[in-house]
Design a protein around this ligand. Structure first.
Ligand code: GSH
Length: 213
């Protein structure tokens, strides 16, 4: 069965949710960033990392989600299979990786974005990150107007991908998601899913564990 290496509160929540939606056995291993255990499977020391039984390793959240969706077509998590549906899935995956996730970095780690060590400089970097995140959520909110899920083909791995970022925004934006009612509605829809609640409970439990069938 596949093994997912994840960290609490990280974007690895997305493939964890996807695996739970798929409903086939998997192992979820909680790791610390930069730990030897994680570095052994991902030289970047980052999550998510997926390992298949034969030792094949896959990193990058977008790639893992795309792989899982296509490995399990029966779970209907790819958002459709025609050429344009695939392009839309790719588009929104890239948006989440490159525009949304990247916008959070100055908030999470302002020290990576300025060599100025004083507090005011770090706060300014963080504030710039908040503005960037707000811009990306405004885009997502416009797209979600009149839609239940991000892709027109229905609930998909792309919604799972957006979920940790919506949680970060709720925590880190001064107005939470209040200015983005469509994003808030998507967040609430995903958060209400019992499979998602199981994953959140598991991620916050100590140690390593296997999914019970
Ligand atoms: N581009 C990578 C980014 C992975 C990434 O940076 N994950 C974060 C958690 S959300 C992490 O592991 N950070 C640890 C670090 O940067 O040291 C992806 O999309 O998978």
């Amino acid at each position: 069965m596949p093994t997912l290496y994840y960290a609490v509160g990280a974007c690895s929540l997305a493939p964890h949710i996807a695996l739970e939606w798929i409903g086939k056995p998997y192992e979820a291993v909680k790791v610390q960033y930069g730990s030897d255990e994680l570095l052994a499977v991902n030289p970047a020391g980052a999550v998510p990392t997926l390992r298949e039984d034969d030792g094949w390793l896959l990193t990058q959240a977008g790639a893992i989600l795309d792989y899982l969706a296509h490995k399990h077509p029966e779970a209907m998590l790819a958002g459709g299979n025609d050429l344009r549906a695939k392009a839309e899935a790719h588009r929104w995956s890239a948006f989440l990786t490159s525009d949304v996730h990247a916008a959070f970095w100055p908030i999470f780690m302002p020290s990576r974005y300025t060599t100025d060590t004083n507090d005011a400089a770090r706060k300014a970097v963080s504030a710039a990150g908040q503005q960037l995140v707000a811009k990306q959520f405004a885009m997502l909110d416009r797209h979600l107007d009149g839609r239940e899920y991000i892709l027109d083909g229905g609930r998909s791995v792309i919604d799972a991908y957006a979920f940790p970022m919506m949680r970060w925004a709720k925590k880190l934006l001064p107005g939470q998601l209040n200015e983005y009612p469509n994003v808030q509605a998507l967040h609430d829809r995903i958060a209400a899913d019992p499979a998602v609640q199981r994953v959140l409970a598991r991620e916050h439990a100590p140690g390593h564990e296997k999914r019970a069938d």
